[in-house]
Design a protein around this ligand. Structure first.
Ligand code: NAP
Ligand code: ZN
Length: 341
């Protein structure tokens, strides 16, 4: 298998359950854009064969003797991380995603137990230490919770970090997998939400998701009207793009947080930052504690992702559709289709 090959069936081993491990029977796994970037080696460093998947929902099928948080039958999730050093400053601050010694990714990470690299959730089972396993609320649509574990936490974490609250005017840039959750969360936190999109055709959808207004970023006159009016911008655009038109939208002393473009950016104009003491920041997924808080919030407020369920046999077609932005807004694989094949 290489960056050009389609995904095909593969037999993989999972480690035997250790004292603090939980073995999970996987029910559903979301398809994150990062899965596709990894399979295609867009960021370099992909180890093959690659088994992606870090939006995993399942039920506990076995627990180690030292496991205290979970029992057999519990509904659980695993997101982007399966381990970290637990001793560095970031880990001690419950920010394992920024582990200074390198957190272990659910796939393409270093497998300390079996050697080689970790395999993700497009599989029947997974074994994970309980510290990296999350409790999933039972009262919401289970399959539609899967993308919360990546798209959800990636948008929740910056909204919480910058303390978005009632009365704030928040712009969510880009209506895709991340953006649709950004709109739902910003709305649920009480903000006045503006969907900032290149696609006029998405206006009605944006409003259904919870946007109070829609701003078409290609409309320079409209962009001018919104100049210096936002308290926070969440930028989910996944590619290199011109940040300057968005910086102009920020009020003095406010922030645009990037979560989409994990790559070199176009030049930006220092003057636009300097003249309003504005900030450009970035944010990576979220820590385990914060992910649990987000899941609990979703349980309380009945928030899930908008998904389309597929069988594993259709995964390559689904990748094509994600790349063509032809999905509202996340695919979730029903893992029954793998077990029964
Ligand atoms: P997506 O579904 O493809 O959506 C991105 C949206 O951005 C598009 O639907 C489009 O929305 C807008 N867009 C695309 N190209 C644009 C351009 N050139 N200029 C302006 N807007 C553009 O992607 P996603 O699933 O939301 O993921 C976004 C990115 O986040 C991916 O690259 C992924 O790897 C990354 N990611 C980061 C983290 C993290 O921790 N930071 C975690 C997960 C994923 P409109 O049509 O509305 O304009
Ligand atoms: Zn650490």
């Amino acid at each position: 298998m290489d960056s050009k090959a389609p995904l095909t069936p593969l037999n993989i081993a999972r480690r035997a359950v250790k004292d603090t491990d939980v073995k999970i029977d996987i029910l559903y796994c979301g398809i994150s854009h990062s899965d596709i970037h990894t399979v295609h080696n867009d960021w370099g460093g992909t180890k093959y064969p690659s088994v992606p998947g870090h939006e995993i929902i399942g039920r506990v099928m076995e627990t180690g003797s030292g496991v205290s948080k979970f029992k057999v039958g519990d509904l659980v999730g695993v997101g982007c991380l399966v381990d970290s050093c637990r001793t560095c400053d970031s880990c001690k601050d419950n920010l394992e995603q920024y582990c200074e010694n390198g957190a272990v990714g659910t796939y393409n990470g270093k497998d300390k137990d079996l050697g080689g690299h970790t395999f993700g959730g497009y599989s029947e089972t997974i074994v994970v230490e309980e510290a990296f396993v999350l409790r999933i609320p039972e009262n919401i649509d289970i399959k539609a919770t899967a993308p919360l574990l990546c798209a959800g936490i990636t948008t929740w974490s910056p909204l919480r970090h910058w303390n978005i609250k009632k009365g704030d005017k928040v712009g969510v840039i880009g209506l895709g997998g991340l953006g649709h959750m950004g709109v739902k969360f910003a709305n649920a936190l009480g903000a006045h939400v503006v969907m900032i999109t290149t696609s006029e055709s998405k206006s009605a959808d944006a409003k259904k998701l919870g946007a109070h207004e829609v701003l078409i970023s290609k409309d320079t006159a409209a962009m001018k009207q919104y100049s210096r009016s936002f308290d926070f911008l969440l930028n989910t655009v996944p590619v290199k793009h011109d940040l300057n038109p968005y910086i102009r939208l920020l009020k003095r002393d406010t922030t645009m947080c990037l979560v989409g473009a994990i790559e070199p950016l176009e030049d930006m104009h220092g003057g636009l930052l300097i003249t309003g003491r504005k900030n450009i920041a970035g944010s990576l997924i979220g820590g385990i504690k914060e992910t649990q808080e987000m899941l609990d919030f979703c349980g309380e407020h009945n928030i899930v992702c908008d998904i389309e369920t597929i069988n594993i046999q259709d995964v390559n077609k689904a990748y094509e559709r994600v790349m063509n932005a032809d999905i509202k807004y996340r695919f979730v694989i029903d893992m029954k289709s793998l077990k029964e094949s």
